[in-house]
Design a binder for this molecule. Sequence first.
Ligand SMILES: [Zn+2]
Length: 255
Amino acid sequence: MRPRIRGFQGPYSPEQKTTWVAQPIATACFYTFAFLFLDGDRLTWVVASYSACFAVLLGTWYACESMDPSTEGGLHCLPMRESQKKARYCAACRKSVPGMDHHCAWLNTCIGKRTYVHFYFLSMSGAAAATIESAVFVLLLTSWIDEAAAEEKFGSVTGYKAVLGTFTALVMILAFAFVSLWLFHTYLLTQGIGTYGWLVRKRERAQAAKTRARVQAAEKEKAKKKQRDNEEKERKENKQSGNVENGHGIAMTVT
Ligand SMILES: [Zn+2]
């Protein structure tokens, strides 16, 4: 089989198809509720901040999906300069990727030296956009609620709350996923290691913990055995001294 070149290439993964449906729905929902229930400066600020994050998300997503991560070039990620020196083989893409970090099922392509910076900003802008959307939806359900407009556009306030509440819960899941991803990669940057290096370190630490536990168990067993031996020795000595005392007793009686 020939290697996969980029994310925008079949066969598409189920996770990738999910993002193609979920993100446009989340974005459409945001603009719909913002334009239906907000106005003035509030509308301007909310739409401007979300749109700025969404523009970065869209641009970095397109870059990650359209670039071939097995090629050299692109932006260089300084904190990862050591961990991105090696090229690794990706079994899913069937090719060697310089500075490979991981194969992303959601983008259906590899994240390596060529695309890591774009990927990092994708996670950051996605986290910001989904957090803004979640916060705006929560406010539209609470302190920003316009009951007259809700009744007019949804038939009832209950209907408005049910629909917006469902979208809020779904967008919060999206925000949680993006924020977790962004925090994880920010942590990796502070450590100067990629996802692959982190997995190797995790496995080595687990192995070291297992070895430590085995050594501690063996030492504990050794100490127990020593205690048992001492107790046995003491018992034998006590028995012997008891026999000597008995011997005296007999001797005394005979005398
Ligand atoms: Zn790959």
